[in-house]
Design a protein around this ligand. Structure first.
Ligand SMILES: [Zn+2]
Length: 384
């Protein structure tokens, strides 16, 4: 993994390279970010940079023997530790699965995906006492070929008090050892460990960065990539899951524009739209393609609606400002801008929030969306 493969995080990349060049590489660091921010990717790129035989100014070379070994997760000076299942197990017992999932899924990996890969079903992951002993053992090896000996410990949240066995390694490190803990939740990390490590905080990738990466790596058009990027809320792991589970196929923006139009027109237009949205088949318009909308898609649809309304508010406040809407969406927005005041848009926002709440609690979609349609209709056309 090279730095250029890590989405965004430019400042941190610069910082990591800069401290290395200044001879100030920290012995123990925690790379912290929410799921899908890329902390494991950054840790791997950093490890590759430190081990590379031919470092460039901004990145590892990607070509030398060391880079190739890191790329295959088999460099003898790069060790991994991660949660495992089963009593007394250690990471080495699952190293084949670990390499496989990194090769297949890549480092934008969720804990859930990893537990599934090991066949955990309902078992919790754990970093065991035996694993902590094994980490210390690995640190006692001399370097094989690199300039550094590196341990990437993924998810220190899974260390229980056994984690205190690692304190000595963190506090009195051997020379040229780098210990990188890769975490999502600061409050779940042992304080004793947290206070002894340098904290490297990742930000979430932006919608634009996620869109660009989806366009490069997934088979999506621009509109689909953009739609998924904002629904993923800065979580690239979630974005990739959505790109592959069919979310991209539903054209939420057209469906949403049709709904608002039906709400504006009222009566049978609303009834027909709700029928279409719930059964997947339009009662009168044969040309409309059948859709499949389950509970999950209903929530995505409303989340999309919230995004659209946020952008609509921005357009209303600042008509010349930058908009994240596509051309087709802007057309819908321009039609609505004269019809709705900011206060009315706010009402629709709370209506969507409430509707999401009830969809999550298994209320009937048909009733919820009929009720929401009537409320929106009344905002367009108040009773005299
Ligand atoms: Zn290299």
């Amino acid at each position: 993994m090279q730095f250029k493969e890590v989405i965004g995080q430019e400042k941190l990349k610069y910082h990591l390279i800069d401290t290395f060049r200044a001879g100030r590489t920290a012995h123990a660091q925690i790379f912290l970010g929410t799921e899908g921010s890329g902390q494991l990717a950054l840790a791997l790129a950093y490890a590759q940079y430190l081990l590379c035989e031919n470092q460039g100014e901004n990145d590892s070379c990607g070509q030398c023997n060391a880079c190739k070994k890191v790329h295959k997760y088999i460099h003898p000076d790069l060790h991994f530790s991660y949660p495992t299942i089963g009593t007394g197990k250690i990471s080495t017992d699952f190293v084949k699965d670990w390499r496989e999932i990194l090769n297949e899924t890549g480092p934008y990996l969720s804990v859930m995906q990893w537990l599934q890969k090991m066949g955990a079903e309902n078992q919790q992951g754990n970093i065991t006492k035996n694993e902590c002993v094994d980490i210390a053992r690995k640190f006692s090896f001399t370097k094989v070929e690199g300039r550094f000996k590196i341990m990437i410990l993924w998810m220190p949240e899974f260390l229980e008090k056994e984690g205190n066995r690692l304190l000595k390694l963190i506090e009195e490190p051997e020379p040229e050892t780098v210990f990188i803990l890769v975490a999502e939740r600061q409050e779940k990390i042992l304080n004793t460990i947290l206070s002894r490590c340098q904290l490297v905080k990742l930000s979430q990738p932006s919608d634009e960065e996620i869109t660009a990466r989806l366009l490069r790596d997934q088979n999506l058009n621009e509109n689909q990539a953009r739609q998924i990027a904002f629904l993923s809320e800065g979580n690239y792991t979630k974005a990739v899951q959505m790109a592959t589970d069919g979310t991209a196929d539903s054209d939420l923006s057209t469906l949403f524009a049709d709904w608002l139009r039906a709400c504006y027109l009222g009566r049978e237009n609303m009834v027909h739209w709700v029928e279409y949205f719930n059964s997947g088949k339009h009662p009168t318009d044969e040309k409309l393609k059948p859709i499949s909308i389950g509970r999950k898609e209903q929530i995505l649809f409303l989340q999309y609606g919230l995004f659209f309304l946020r952008e609509l508010t921005q357009l209303k406040l600042n008509p010349q400002g930058q908009s994240r809407l596509s051309q087709a969406e802007q057309k819908t927005a321009m039609g609505l801008i004269k019809l709705l005041s900011i206060a009315q848009i706010d009402k629709i926002v709370s209506l969507f929030d409430d509707t999401i709440y009830f969809v999550e609690r298994n209320a009937s979609g048909k009733i919820l969306f009929m009720d929401a349609s009537l409320q929106i209709h009344r905002l367009f056309k108040p009773l005299p």
